[in-house]
Design a protein around this ligand. Structure first.
Ligand SMILES: N[C@@H](CCC(=O)N[C@@H](CS)C(=O)NCC(=O)O)C(=O)O
Length: 220
């Protein structure tokens, strides 16, 4: 049986695994739920009530980095670097990438006023500057795409859309991060990791949040 990912259409965490599976041309199913009204079967299988979860026959996995690693391992060759120390470093930066998703969420969905919004932008830039110092380029470890790239790519998809709707200079002074984002977003597996209507859905999601980001990025 094919593995089945369960998520919702705007979840950045599930996208990590979708990118890995598409890069490897491995078969999978994906089921989208309404996270604001999750079905009972989902509540029964998701230990944290969060997406993504992965169903493999009767087994359920949760936590996106774990799911991504599992899918990488069962679809060799691995996208992780071979060197154990470098691999461990990559895992640490994958963990770090998750903090950037929460920062992006706060920036777009919770900041109540301009001051809070600017604080979130500054935090995002500061975190991206830390990443800049780690980047080999064109991808995280150099020429080969890795799980670290798959982990960060969903962030850049969102930041680049935000910058297109209303430039806030998130990549200012970060040439390596900017080039990395562009390299990732040009990959078919990254572009194909979301539903076709993703940009419109994301924009209206932000527009409906009733926060400062809604006025900055919301449509119309
Ligand atoms: N650490 C988790 C985070 C997953 C997460 O926060 N998912 C969000 C959607 S993008 C969610 O399900 N939120 C629902 C909730 O917190 O109740 C992972 O990496 O899988």
């Amino acid at each position: 049986m094919k593995p089945e990912l369960i998520s919702f259409k705007l979840c950045p965490f599930v996208q990590r695994s979708v990118i890995v599976l598409l890069e490897k041309e491995a078969p999978f199913d994906i089921t989208y739920i309404d996270l604001s009204n999750p079905p009972d079967w989902f509540k029964a299988i998701s230990p944290m009530g969060k997406v993504p979860v992965l169903k493999v026959d009767d087994t359920v996995l949760f936590e996106s980095a774990v799911i991504m690693e599992y899918l990488d391992e069962v679809n060799p060759p691995t996208l992780h670097p071979q060197n154990p120390l470098r691999k461990a470093q990559n895992r640490a930066w994958i963990e770090f990438s998750s903090t950037l998703f929460f920062c992006q969420y706060n920036l777009t969905m919770t900041a109540k006023d301009e001051a809070e919004f600017n604080r979130q932008c500054d935090e995002m830039r500061a975190k991206l500057a830390q990443v800049e110092s780690q980047l080999a380029g064109p991808y995280f470890n150099g020429t080969d795409l890795s799980l670290a790239d798959a982990a960060f790519a969903p962030l850049f998809m969102r930041l680049s859309l935000l910058e297109g709707w209303h430039a806030i200079g998130l990549y200012d002074g970060l040439p390596k991060v900017k080039a990395w984002a562009e390299a990732l977003l040009s990959r078919p597996a990254v572009r194909g990791s979301v539903v076709p209507e993703f940009a419109d859905l994301y924009r209206s999601h932000i527009g409906n949040a009733g926060c400062y980001g809604s006025t900055v990025f919301g449509a119309g």
